[in-house]
Design a protein around this ligand. Structure first.
Ligand code: PMP
Length: 412
């Protein structure tokens, strides 16, 4: 069915289907089609435009990377300056050292940094560093947490042998007893425990750490001689400049960043403490593009802007305005919605959906038609570019979208 608002988008999608398996794959394909476009053309600040010219206030921020807004002038200036010199070279450029120094300076407990491209790279590499450090083989992760696409943690088993998961044990979020059990069932064998700062899985409301949970993980790792790894790939730089778990007073041994670290340029970072430096220097880790200077220059500008402005507090304030407004407007249409996650990375589900997402999908489509890009089953992201007027415009759109959703679910 051709949507008159998305003729270019649909034409591109048809072409993609002929030459790309699945057309648009992975999470980028998850909302494509229907009221959503499949292809975007450009972005500025907190807004994106699709290839047909429809504009959206964007609450996905490219699934996290766009933390300062699209085409942030300071980041783009740093990028242009570096691009005029070179990007990919035989050796790293000076910005490689400057960024490592900067990140070590602003991150409690971090004494060194290494760079890669994707969150998956550094999450997997962090396990290797831990194993190299203590000579153990097993790692513990929270059940069904997304740490990337590699075989040990890929959410889908298709294409990966079961042996890829042989070194992984799982425990439950906010359940220290279940982590204790992992340790006691494999005494002296757990090399590392990897956690995210809060639980933010797709298809679920987000869950913050219970009082003492992250500290409890820290204590158990210390008691058992395991390395504590925080996967801050999704959350990093939206809650705290020194790593998200600082908000709960917890410093990990290894900290994984990607997404927001370079405002949309491809970069990931593993930060670590001194006791792991030697292990990190022994594990072979390389990639043709890992030392690219343009993304590193973008990161230096991004991190500096985040550190020197009130961007993080601003995102929280704007996120709170959005969430409070949504709850209020939902109530006006007799919907009970559940707002979850920290305000800068919020999510909203409908109580009556009871684990399904029918109302959420209807609402997301209805608000997309009204020029707001968010996601029915995946958490959202604020950026420093969102201003009160953008939030208010999104809430006006939400009003219409809740009304349309109520028409679709009239008898409750
Ligand atoms: N860890 C977490 C918590 C993530 O959210 C993601 C990406 N969504 C990853 C790891 C993997 O990052 P990437 O997509 O850059 O490989």
């Amino acid at each position: 069915m051709t949507d008159p608002r998305h003729t270019q988008s649909q034409a591109l999608y048809e072409r993609a289907r002929r030459v790309v398996p699945g057309g648009v794959y992975g999470h980028q394909g998850s909302v494509a089609g229907g009221a959503y476009p499949s292809f975007l053309g450009d972005g500025e600040g907190c807004r994106v435009r699709d290839v047909d010219g429809n504009e959206y206030i964007d609450f996905m921020c490219a699934y996290g990377p766009i933390v300062l807004g699209y085409r942030h002038p300071k980041v783009e200036e740093a990028v242009e300056r570096q691009r005029r010199r070179a990007d990919t070279m035989n050796l790293p450029g000076p910005v490689f050292v400057e960024l490592a120094e900067r990140l070590v300076e602003i991150t409690p407990g971090a004494d060194w940094a290494v760079f890669a491209k994707n969150g998956s790279d550094v999450c997997t590499w962090s396990l290797a560093v831990a194993r190299a450090a203590n000579g153990r083989e097993l790692v513990a992760m929270v059940d069904h947490t997304y740490h990337g696409i590699h075989g040990w943690c890929n959410h889908f088993e298709t294409g990966f042998p079961a042996s890829d998961r042989a070194g992984v044990r799982t425990f439950k979020w906010n359940d220290l007893g279940s982590l204790e059990r992992v340790f006691s069932e494999a005494p002296g064998q757990i090399a590392a425990v990897i956690v995210t700062p809060f639980r933010h899985e797709a298809f679920e409301s987000s869950v913050l750490p219970a009082e003492g949970f992250l500290q409890g993980v820290r204590n158990l790792c210390d008691r058992e001689g395991a390395v504590m790894i925080v996967d801050d790939v999704r959350v990093g730089f939206r809650l705290h400049i020194g790593g998200s778990t600082q908000l709960w007073g917890v410093t990990p041994d290894l900290l994984c960043y990607s997404k927001a670290v370079a405002n949309g340029y491809p970069l990931s970072v593993l930060l670590g403490a001194d006791p792991l430096r030697e292990a990190a220097s022994k594990v072979f880790m390389t990639g043709t593009f890992y030392t690219q200077s343009v993304p590193i220059a973008a990161s230096l500008a991004t991190v500096t802007e985040l550190a020197e402005t009130d961007a993080i507090a601003h995102m929280e304030a704007m996120g709170r305005r959005l969430v409070d407004g949504l709850v209020e407007r939902a109530e006006a249409r007799r919907f009970e919605v559940v707002a979850s996650g920290p305000p800068a990375i919020p999510f909203m589900t409908f109580r009556a959906d009871e684990g399904g997402f029918d109302r959420a999908r209807t609402f997301a489509s209805a608000i997309a038609k009204r020029g707001v890009f968010l996601h029915p089953i995946h958490n959202w992201f604020l950026s420093a570019a969102h201003q009160a007027r953008d939030i208010d415009a999104a809430l006006d759109a939400a009003d219409g979208a809740f009304a349309e959703t109520r028409s679709a679910f009239p008898d409750e």
